[in-house]
Design a protein around this ligand. Structure first.
Ligand code: NAD
Ligand code: UD1
Length: 341
């Protein structure tokens, strides 16, 4: 039996898929989540897929006493820190809350890890730290800049974690910059739970397909891209989850930290994603072209060499699989009576 990984935010979208992959590779998993954006039944769903049940602790990463108790009562090999708030729009309305939760939460967690002598951390960063990129594909060495309080909170966490490693080489931190995670587990037992009307493209497409909205609003068709619509690097959440295992192995084997993009390296436009969705599911998506969305960039996709050369990881699953799995998940939610805010 391998040892234990603490997953903060483990009932959320990416954390739950990573818990499944870890357990299927023989790791014990403890999930810590305050359930501010997820449901406790995700634990049973993870168990149904993963063949064993993660140990669940309902609590907040800002609760230092709880963290001390957790580290004292389990031998933890590494922490994967997903717990965070992720809505760009909300981060403008609640900037202080985003700082407290995302930056304060990370500071509280690393302080507890330091007290416990657990210094291996895999951190959920984002391509948002590249802001408006000068060139694509975006390499990890690209300038870091952000355009909103959410992005700033991620960059502040990255800075803190870089500083920590520079000050004390016993710290090993993987800063993983996700591009656009989509899809769901093929079992349709776990997936993304958007709150209210989704801002992100894929959950909006699946909701249009389910009849919750009359059409997809395409934000701009005059970008300098293949068809004028915004280009992104969509990555299947199961591939992303496996990237975390690759990062964990890197920390364990190399004994030092790493910064890596987790993307496919392929840029896909809004219209291309819609076409792939229709091809994968047979469902047509009505469109309405609107103005550009403020803050959007034309094109954003990853350079993937670093992830391959250092982590020996690359995304495997196709755009078709992302669409089919997102749709299967949407249908299973609809069957279970989920509402569409
Ligand atoms: P999610 O909201 O589905 O999951 C985050 C989980 O963290 C939720 O279950 C929530 O209840 C929990 N949480 C939040 N604050 C907490 C706190 N203070 N204490 C304990 N639990 C807390 O989001 P996700 O899509 O799974 O994202 C996971 C991480 O990846 C986040 O840090 C996010 O910023 C980052 N990220 C996500 C995306 C994306 O598109 N989904 C892209 C880049 C980076
Ligand atoms: C958004 C966030 C980013 C975050 C990422 C993943 C903004 C400005 N950026 O990025 O910080 O890291 O999500 O959570 O919110 N689109 C439509 N119609 C829609 C929705 C989206 O046309 O209803 C278009 C967008 O204009 C964009 C593409 O689809 O070109 C992807 O949008 P989205 O899924 O929101 O992701 P990002 O813009 O990459």
């Amino acid at each position: 039996m391998k040892n234990t990984i603490l997953i903060t935010g483990g009932t959320g979208f990416i954390g739950s898929h990573t818990a499944v992959e870890l357990m299927q590779s023989g790791w014990r998993v403890i999930v810590l989540d305050n359930l501010c954006n997820s449901e406790p039944d995700v634990i049973e769903r993870i168990a149904a897929i993963g063949a064993s049940r993660p140990h669940f602790v309902a609590g907040d990463v800002r609760d230092a006493a709880l963290l001390d108790q957790l580290f004292a009562s389990h031998t933890i090999t590494a922490v994967m820190h997903f717990a965070g708030l992720k809505s760009v729009g909300e981060s403008w309305q609640q900037a202080a809350h985003y700082l407290d939760n995302n930056v304060g939460g990370t500071a509280c967690l690393v302080a507890a890890m330091e007290r416990a002598g657990v210094r291996r951390l895999v951190f959920s960063s984002s391509a948002t730290v590249y802001g408006e990129p000068d060139t694509v594909p975006i390499a990890e060495s690209a300038p870091l800049r952000t355009t909103n309080p959410y992005g700033r909170s991620k960059l502040l966490c990255e800075d803190m974690l870089r500083q920590l490693q520079a000050a004390d080489p016993r710290w090993q931190v993987a800063l993983l910059r996700y591009f656009n995670p989509v899809g769901a587990h093929a079992s349709a037992l776990i997936g993304e739970k958007p709150t209210g009307v989704p801002n992100n493209l894929m959950p909006y497409i699946t909701q249009v397909a389910a009849g919750a909205h009359p059409y997809l609003r395409v934000f701009g068709n005059d970008y300098p891209t293949i068809d004028g619509t915004g280009v992104r690097d969509y990555i299947h959440v199961v591939d992303l989850a496996q990237g975390h295992l690759a990062a964990l192995h890197y920390l364990l084997e190399e004994g030092r930290g790493i910064t890596a993009n987790l993307g496919t390296g392929s840029g896909v436009s809004v219209l291309q994603l819609v076409a792939a969705f229709t091809q994968a599911t047979g469902v047509t998506i009505p469109l309405q072209i609107l103005e550009r969305r403020p803050g959007d960039v034309a094109s954003c996709f990853a350079a993937t060499e670093q992830a391959w050369e250092a982590l020996r990881w690359r995304a495997q699953l196709s755009l078709q699989a992302m669409c089919a799995d997102a749709w299967r998940w949407e249908c299973s939610r609809a069957a279970a009576g989920a509402s569409h805010g």
